[in-house]
Write a protein that binds this ligand. Structure first.
Ligand code: NAD
Ligand code: AHE
Ligand code: ZN
Length: 383
């Protein structure tokens, strides 16, 4: 099949707020600097749902969503040297070009390589065109440079993290987004130190990965906050010392509840909800003088955050993270090695598994339903 189009199944989002549609698509061969991969497993992240619901200002339709997957290289385009057919890869929506002239890849301060971000945000490959068409020739947009709701997809070589093939891909997919992001927000973006106090708002897979990482960093107090109390059991197992449900405190703002619990607030707080009011609460419960609050959640188009400048004047820092600050191609393989070594258990994030059996759309729609159910962390679809 190398060099030839591949006809396969995909779950296509024709428009916002419509169920994904089972389509037969034609996936063009990879061009220079691109690879074509066979998707083996895909986990649903809230960001896929947020875009399907039309909340992503960059969301273009029709598109193939999906950005948390495990895949095997089928063929590579001209000039590709870092991976070969048969290699196991995790598609990364934050690429790592490693070009000497790339000031972002060269900086230890960030993972935000901009090399293909412009075209990626327009739903096309770096040359400005798509590799997906329906069998009757309709063009379909890419998504986050991944588009893994398809049996085959084409991604840029710089967006592929090559991992140890001993790692089952229906687990490795978790490192493609949510789990890596939560871990990295703690270890890279905030560099939480032992003995710190931490508050985590939103106990989905991302928030729980923050809890797990904070525990591993030796945090002395980890306060989990969620409206859904069903999340508290797993949160406590992963390291939460306290769990708070804002609804239990009447009209006392949750940031006041947390300040009252900790005297001056927490050393680090994390928003993992995407709700801009929660982002404010997370900032305002951070410690006077040195508290750091990290935005992980993705807010809907047009939403903005607000707080009194006094909150910053009195020592709080508001920051954010993309993919946990991980330089993707160098870091994801290491995270997988740590998982294989038993240092980073992630099995608890997979709460649902679905078999596509040739109908990617049906299984993915079921996974989306599960995600809305409230007791789902990561639903994995096996292709
Ligand atoms: P999720 O929907 O599985 O979990 C969100 C959790 O927040 C749920 O448990 C929900 O009950 C809780 N919640 C919602 N509103 C709340 C409120 N007002 N107060 C308290 N709790 C509330 O989502 P996820 O997959 O864990 O992702 C979390 C967020 O992180 C999403 O916004 C997602 O888009 C974003 N995200 C960002 C990055 C990044 O790189 N920055 C990466 C992955 C996910
Ligand atoms: N298109 C959205 C961007 C939303 C956003 O912030 N995305 C995160 C990843 S969420 C993964 O589940 C991110 O890493 N953004 C960095 C980037 O370069 O987009 C919008 O709001 O415009
Ligand atoms: Zn995601």
């Amino acid at each position: 099949t190398a060099g030839k189009p591949i006809t396969c199944k995909a779950a296509v989002a024709w428009s916002a707020n419509q169920p994904l549609s089972d389509e037969t698509v034609v996936v063009a061969p990879p061009k220079a600097g691109e690879i074509r991969v066979k998707v083996v497993a895909n986990a649903l992240c809230h960001t896929d749902v947020y875009t399907l619901e039309g909340q992503d200002p960059e969301g273009l339709f029709p598109c193939i969503l999906g950005h948390e997957a495990g895949a095997i290289v089928e063929s590579v385009g001209p000039g590709v040297t870092s991976v070969s057919p048969g290699d196991h890869v995790i598609p990364c929506y934050t690429p790592q070009c490693n070009q000497p002239a790339c000031i972002f890849c060269a900086s230890p301060k960030t993972n935000l390589c901009p090399a293909i971000r412009g075209t990626q945000g327009q739903g096309v490959m770096p040359d400005g065109t798509t590799r997906f068409t329906t069998v009757d020739g309709k063009e379909i947009f890419h998504f986050m440079g991944c588009s893994t709701f398809a049996e085959y997809t084409v991604i840029a070589e710089i967006s592929a993290a090559k991992i140890n093939r001993r790692m089952p891909l229906n687990k490795a997919c978790l490192f493609g987004c949510g789990v890596s992001t939560g871990l990295g927000a703690v270890w890279n973006t905030c560099k939480v130190t032992a003995g710190s106090s931490v508050a985590v708002f939103g106990l989905g897979a991302v928030g729980l990965a923050v809890v797990q990482a904070a525990k591993m960093a030796g945090a002395s107090r980890i306060i989990g906050v969620d409206l859904n109390k069903d999340k508290f059991a797993v949160a406590s197992k992963l390291g939460c010392t306290d769990c708070v449900c804002p609804a239990d405190h009447g009209d006392t703002p949750v940031q006041s509840v947390i300040v009252n619990m900790t005297k001056w607030g927490v050393d680090y707080s994390f928003d993992c909800t995407g709700n801009v009011q929660v982002m404010r609460a997370a900032l305002e419960c951070a410690h006077r003088g040195w508290g750091e609050s990290c935005v992980i959640g993705v807010a809907a188009a047009g939403k903005e955050i607000a707080t009194r400048p006094f909150q910053l004047v009195t020592g709080r820092v508001w920051k954010g993270t993309a993919f946990g600050g991980w330089k993707s191609r160098s870091s994801v393989p290491r995270l997988v090695e740590r998982c294989l070594a038993g240092e980073l258990p992630v099995d608890h994030y997979v709460t649902h598994q679905f078999e596509a059996n040739g109908d990617v759309a049906k299984a993915t729609n079921e996974a989306i339903e599960a995600l809305h159910g409230g007791n789902c962390l990561r639903a994995v679809v096996n292709y």
